[in-house]
Ligand binder design. Structure first.
Ligand code: ATP
Ligand code: MG
Length: 352
């Protein structure tokens, strides 16, 4: 940590804050590349124009009230460690009579958007999410830039519901397995699918899963990475300079600096499943490296609502040593709930 300058420090002591993705750029004497003077002047002028306009139409959070001449910002839905997400109205679709022209619009936070690699990071989130089409994964619509305020943003389907961190606040004892499995199995379906498509999520945690009327939706691919050979045209972010993690859900090898892997996603999803099945984090919400140092895995108890037959598989996914964490998302899904969901299981079997 000492090598890094955190751009978004959580409020210390708050469990919610500890769940925020922390994005840090190494100081290492590397100053962000200076913008050409012309671009700076242009941006300053644009901001001033934005302010002047704001007198006519009130801006939200210093942003113009309409982005790219099309998306009217209505209200802030959420602010994570990296981004701001607004509910917006698509004025173009509305003009053609669309009865529900609402979308979600995500921008990088004020602290982050001027950092080097910032737009590439957002584009990467867009491209990786677009690569995935699954009923339990959020749909992304577009990547755009507002030329006036010079901010890149992505548009997504507007989800409704409760994120799992909020659900766990309302159900602090966890959920009976009959209820928990209705979240756990589709979540594992989504993760297994994403891994088959060569996309590693990188930031699985309760606040990145939405429970709505039609089931769960996995979202926030802001820290995702493609496996070798997948979407190879995407810019490769400089991982020496950029480091990001959610300490409570990141596997120990990630915190040690290893690259993102299927096994790291399994550790994170296993923590989420454990919490759903008893209301408690498996390692007392400690960063996994500390849990490893304290050998907390030796005292790990099965969560109270989890059927006994499911424990060995979940236990494997919670291993603090990556060498012991051998299970994948599809196998964990089978261990926790039988074969893959009907039609998807049949489809995969048909393809051999
Ligand atoms: N498509 C959407 N529809 C509705 N609400 C959304 C949508 N996307 C995000 N949100 C809300 O905004 C919050 C922040 O979004 P998101 O997780 O994508 O941002 P982030 O900055 O990457 O967060 P993190 O701290 O996990 O890195 C979410 O927890 C959720 O409440
Ligand atoms: Mg998030």
């Amino acid at each position: 940590m000492s090598d890094f300058e955190s751009l978004q420090e959580p409020v210390s002591g708050s469990p919610e804050a500890a769940d925020l993705t922390r994005l840090a750029f190494a100081k290492a004497g590397v100053a962000p590349p200076a913008l050409p003077a012309k671009a700076k002047r242009k941006r300053r002028r644009s901001r001033l124009r934005g302010k002047a306009k704001a007198e006519v139409a009130p801006a939200i959070g210093g942003l113009p009230s309409v982005l790219a001449g099309r998306y009217r910002l209505e209200r802030l839905l959420g602010a994570g460690g990296m981004g701001l997400v607004y509910r917006a109205r698509d004025l173009l679709h509305e003009q053609f009579g669309e009865p529900t022209p609402y979308i979600a619009l995500k921008l990088l936070s004020e602290e982050l958007y001027e950092a080097p690699d910032a737009s590439a990071l957002l584009y990467s989130e867009f491209a990786l999410t677009r690569h995935l089409r699954h009923p339990n994964i959020v749909r992304v619509y577009s990547f755009e830039v507002d030329t006036q305020c010079q901010r890149a943003f992505i548009t997504l389907e507007l989800m409704h519901g409760l994120t799992l961190d909020k659900l766990l606040c309302e159900r602090p004892q966890g959920l009976p397995w009959t209820e928990a499995r209705e979240i756990v199995l589709p979540l594992l379906d989504a993760l297994a699918y994403s891994h088959r498509q060569g996309v590693l999520h990188g930031d699985l945690k309760p606040s990145n899963v939405m429970l709505g009327e039609s089931g769960i939706t996995l979202f926030d691919f802001g820290l995702s990475q493609a496996e070798a050979g997948v979407l190879s045209g995407l810019p490769h972010l400089n991982r020496n300079r950029l480091d990001a993690w959610t300490p409570v859900y990141a596997a120990p090898e990630l915190l040690d600096g290893a690259p993102l892997s299927v096994a790291a996603d399994l550790y994170a999803v296993a923590c989420v499943i454990y919490e759903l099945a008893c209301g408690q984090h498996p390692y007392r919400r400690l960063p996994s490296t500390q849990a490893r140092n304290e050998r907390l895995d030796r005292q790990l108890q099965a969560p109270k609502h989890l059927p006994r037959r499911c424990w060995p598989a979940l236990r494997n996914a919670l291993s603090l040593d990556v060498v012991d964490r051998s299970i994948n998302a599809a196998a964990l899904r089978v261990a926790l709930g039988g074969e893959g969901s009907g039609l998807w299981g049949w489809w995969r079997g048909r393809k051999g």
